[in-house]
Design a protein around this ligand. Sequence first.
Ligand code: NAD
Ligand code: SER
Length: 340
Amino acid sequence: MSTKAVLITGANGEIGHGLIARLTEQHPAIRIVAIDVHPLSEELKQRCHETIAGDILDRVLIDRLAAFYDFETIYHLAAILSTKAEREPVLGHRVNVDGTLNLLELAARQARATGENVKFLFPSSIAVYGLPDLETKMRAGKLKEADWLVPRTMYGVNKYYCEQLGRYYNWYYRQIDPQPAAGHVDFRSLRFPGLISAVTLPTGGTSDYGPEMMHMAAQGKAYDCFVTENATLPFMAMPDAINALLKLESVPAKQLTQVVYNIGAFSVSAKNFYDVIKTAFPQAQVQFKPDPLRQKIVESWPADVDDSLARKEWGWKPEYDFTRAFNEYLIPAVKKQYRK
Ligand code: NAD
Ligand code: SER
């Protein structure tokens, strides 16, 4: 008989760290199977039932997982983020699209075999949007889920397509089979803004300048910010991102009318980051040296998102606004971390 478990892909990443910690604190008996191309730390390993240093593109590995476990929920976090995917677009496509397809197939097979729905939590991104220029971006303000879905990066294209794949698996998978299967993939996706964690540093993203500025200042290192002072994006503190994933996972399916939801917390400029960081770390050495090409990507992403649908349907509400995120979570935690 297979073992019931929760699968987390990309478990060694920023969200994976926070998610594993929170899940195991809230549910000490939970069985987490964690997979990442990079081995997890001993601390994270101890919180998991099984950890696998492996690739989501490895079909043999996916088949082995299917043979041993019945996954009730899959948090599919593994991805190549926007900057890295722009440098290596084919790799981005393989991991972000082919990898996601492998996991959706695993979920679909398991749902058909057990007759139980498998929840599939997929973090999408504000990168699915593509505004043509800065003027349009600032005029557009908060974007709704269906606005400006013309992404300009490989990562954004991948995320948008995977949202559509998820919608297909959720509603229409093998729709012409004579006998519909009892279980299906219960696909639920969030479009995250840029995330800021006090514990981990981001790598390979376009919104990395905010968290990088803070982590470098806390370590007394100089930082060259790759966007202009007035570059503006929506951001969110990591604890809220984890809250959102867990809340969306737990909501009864009948409450949801959509498979993809915007979620927001605060919209800030790079200068807003600089000001709060300079106050906390007066020795911070930050220079604005915009990279015009990465700046263009930031200008194609929205300044803010309209998350009213998530608020209405499943009670989404961030706990941290900009001030609280820095004063009560980020600054105290990074000070402690780098004092060690
Ligand atoms: P991250 O880069 O820290 O983590 C991604 C993890 O995936 C890494 O540990 C990496 O080793 C792993 N990975 C990459 N390719 C893999 C493969 N082929 N097989 C197995 N593992 C692989 O990113 P994160 O911030 O933890 O993001 C998690 C998810 O959330 C991603 O899907 C990302 O697109 C999404 N997201 C993140 C942000 C953000 O600001 N961090 C914003 C929006 C969406
Ligand atoms: N924060 C991510 C990135 O910059 C967006 O999903 O790639």
